[in-house]
Design a protein around this ligand. Structure first.
Ligand SMILES: Nc1ncnc2c1ncn2[C@@H]1O[C@H](COP(=O)(O)OP(=O)(O)O)[C@@H](O)[C@H]1O
Ligand SMILES: [Mg+2]
Length: 254
């Protein structure tokens, strides 16, 4: 569904030098898969996601969605980034309804649909709150609801739980999985956390190096629905985690 072909990205820095961020990325992501891009800080994960989102242009190569070349953002690809991209002057309901209103959905209908998404992320009681009145986890739930509300077929998540405390992070991971098991849209999920990648994904793409390139692609063959507390005792889960940890540290030591 998403095909990333011979993708290269080189930034021109403020100093006039060329800074390669991604080299020769080739990836095919089938429809309905949950795919994580795993790698250390600075390996180009965000850059790759922004190019798929159409927010950045590749230097060489292409991203295609169902055969169509991506050149700009579109409602088929919904971003959820680490910085809570909520409008501070809008209520939670207003934020979630925003994308629908932009698409021309009448106000009452947009609000009703927004409210049903808030129920799905357990925020219906906070519909009238402003972002500053929410905890970090709640804000990120609102951001997820806002993107899901316009029903993108692809969800682009850039370390969406990276700024949360450890407990909230686990809660939101489980909630995201429960939601995704109903929606089954295609997810591209950027993370530097091995356990998060294994727990959530059908497939993990390990990006290493600077500039970033694909080190390995691993299919995570663990049954769903997944319960983290059970997985921690699962030999296969443990093996995936150890293998990925080794891949990441091997490169750091080199
Ligand atoms: N706008 C930019 N201009 C110049 N260099 C950039 C820009 N954005 C990212 N980079 C560089 O590209 C590399 C990859 O960055 P990024 O995609 O943010 O990595 P990650 O998300 O994996 O931490 C880094 O070396 C970073 O400094
Ligand atoms: Mg990043």
């Amino acid at each position: 569904m998403i095909s990333i072909e011979h993708l290269n990205k080189t930034f021109n820095t403020a100093r006039g030098t060329a800074h390669p961020a991604l080299v020769d990325i080739d990836l095919d992501i089938p429809e309905g898969q949950f795919v994580s891009i795993l790698g250390p800080s600075g390996c180009g994960k965000s850059t790759l996601l922004y190019i798929v989102g159409g927010f950045e242009q590749p230097t060489q190569g292409a991203v295609k969605v169902n055969g169509k070349l991506i050149t700009q953002p579109g409602p088929d690809r919904g971003p959820v980034f680490q910085e809570y991209a909520l409008f501070p002057w809008k209520t939670v309901l207003g934020n979630v309804a925003y994308g629908l209103r932009e698409q021309g959905v009448p106000k009452a209908q947009a609000q009703a649909r927004a409210l049903s998404w808030l129920q799905k992320v357990k925020l219906e009681k906070y519909a009238g709150f402003y972002p500053r009145e929410l905890s970090g986890g709640m804000r990120q739930r609102a951001a997820i609801a806002r993107t899901l509300a316009y029903e993108p077929s692809i969800l682009l998540m850039d370390e969406p739980f990276g700024a949360l405390d450890a407990h909230t992070r686990l809660v939101l991971q489980a909630e995201l999985l429960a939601l995704w098991e109903q929606l089954r849209n295609t997810v591209l999920f950027v993370t530097h956390a091995v356990d998060e990648a294994v727990y959530l994904s059908d497939r993990v793409v390990v990006l290493t190096g600077s500039p970033g390139s694909v080190r390995e692609v691993i299919d995570i063959d663990l049954p769903r629905p997944r319960v983290r507390a059970e997985l921690l005792l699962n030999r296969n889960y443990q093996n995936y985690v150890v293998h990925l940890e080794n891949l990441l540290t091997e490169k750091e030591q080199a």
